[in-house]
Design a protein around this ligand. Structure first.
Ligand code: 5GP
Length: 125
């Protein structure tokens, strides 16, 4: 099931529960603005999710409503995680699914960070 990126934030979504510590996660990085953790169902040898700590449904919500500090902190953190995981030299892919056509399933903004092998074509099908 996919979500509407314009809907009000659902505080019971799975990533909100992870941020509150109600569900465990395999953390790779955390700071005041973000949490990064391994995806539970990895689709590449490296598959990390980077999420803002603020309550934003989607990239659309985040870029319209987050502060400059939150946006700057989030984008810098994505780059930091990729560097720390040794992905810059071999290369990697970032992906954010937004809404129905984007196939977004969890209604809390997340950027997927994929790496660890050549990733092939950008969009399948
Ligand atoms: P979306 O389709 O919304 O862009 O991606 C959601 C991602 O969240 C999927 O890759 C899925 O495997 C991951 N995911 C869903 N539930 C959990 C969970 O409880 N823990 C972790 N670590 N990842 C999850």
């Amino acid at each position: 099931m996919t979500i509407d990126p314009r809907k009000p934030y659902d505080p019971d979504n799975i990533f909100a529960k992870i941020l509150r510590g109600e569900i465990p996660n395999n953390t790779v990085y955390e700071d005041e603005h973000v949490l990064a953790f391994h995806d539970i169902a990895p689709q590449a040898p490296v598959h990390v999710l980077v999420i803002p700590k603020g309550a934003y449904v989607s990239w659309d919500d985040f870029t319209a409503n987050a502060s400059d500090a939150e946006i700057g902190g989030f984008i810098r953190a994505v780059g930091h995680v990729a560097r720390e995981m040794g992905l810059v030299e071999p290369g990697y892919r970032l992906l954010a699914n937004i809404g129905h056509d984007g196939g977004q399933e969890v209604p809390h903004l997340h950027v997927h960070l994929f790496g660890g092998k050549p990733l092939g074509r950008m969009i399948a099908g």
